[in-house]
Design a protein around this ligand. Structure first.
Ligand code: ATP
Length: 230
């Protein structure tokens, strides 16, 4: 569904990604791993219309999207969940859901969100910024649920969250995958990413240095060979 062909991208004079190739099939779950500063966030942005590549091509279902803005990607079913939540802190939870719902029935959308994350049920009238970090992340991820996207791109969904909340977040991602939604997940916890994904891409210095099946590699291997930590 999503293809990046020889994508080079960066900011101002800085080139971050160099000739990156990446393919995400229908219903495929891709983990995108790599050390800090490798260019993972930049890759997600280039893949969803938030950063226009300098060269190369991005396509969705074979259609060239390289020069298209992010809202055109959204219209084609792409949902980008940025690091740092992407919610409106001064608006209430319900108002955030109304914005996420993009014209869908707000009551129905709110009911779906509460069904998914009961913790948000008593907080609909509360400012989103006053929620705990975990609840804010749940609210942010609700967007990927109520808009019925075909591809969800998630940047560090578990950042700063407790293991319990992270479990909840990953259950939602697994549920989306079961529904046949394609996912690209950037995650620091390699084990979690491997448990969810079918395919692993490892990025370093803006280049893809490994592509393989998640089943064929262990988290230890990834740390030792590619992340230089183990
Ligand atoms: P992390 O895991 O630390 O979030 P990452 O792999 O997601 O890292 P990016 O955030 O894509 O990496 O950053 C890659 C490089 O691009 C870094 O050197 C970063 O400093 C630089 N960079 C990121 N955003 C900008 C920006 N808006 N302007 C200039 N340089 C940027």
């Amino acid at each position: 569904m999503l293809t990046l062909h020889e994508v080079t991208a960066g900011y101002g004079d800085t080139t971050v990604l160099r000739d990156v190739n990446l393919t995400v099939g229908d219903g495929e779950v891709v983990a995108l791993l790599g050390p800090n500063g490798a260019g993972k966030t930049t890759l997600l942005r280039a893949a969803t219309g938030f950063l226009r590549p300098r060269s190369g091509r991005v396509s969705l279902d074979g259609k060239d999207m390289t020069a298209e803005p992010a809202h055109r990607y959204a219209r084609r079913g792409v949902c980008h969940l940025p690091e740092g939540r992407g919610i409106f802190p001064s608006l209430t939870v319900r108002e955030n859901i109304a914005i996420q719902a993009r014209g869908r029935d707000v009551e129905k959308s709110a009911a779906e969100v509460v069904d998914l994350f009961p913790a948000l049920g008593t907080r609909l009238r509360q400012a989103a910024g006053s929620l705990s970090g975990g609840e804010q992340q749940m609210l942010a991820l609700s967007r990927a649920y109520i808009t019925s996207p075909r591809l969800v791109v998630v940047d560090e969904a578990s950042l700063g969250l407790s293991p319990r909340v992270t479990d909840t977040i990953y259950e939602l991602l697994a549920r989306l995958a079961e529904r046949g939604v394609s996912l690209v997940v950037v995650e620091q916890y390699v084990q979690r990413a491997l448990a969810l994904a079918r395919t692993v891409y490892i990025l370093n210095h803006g280049a893809v240095i490994h592509v393989g099946r998640a089943n064929d590699i262990t988290a230890d291997d990834i740390y030792e060979k590619y992340l230089g930590i183990g």
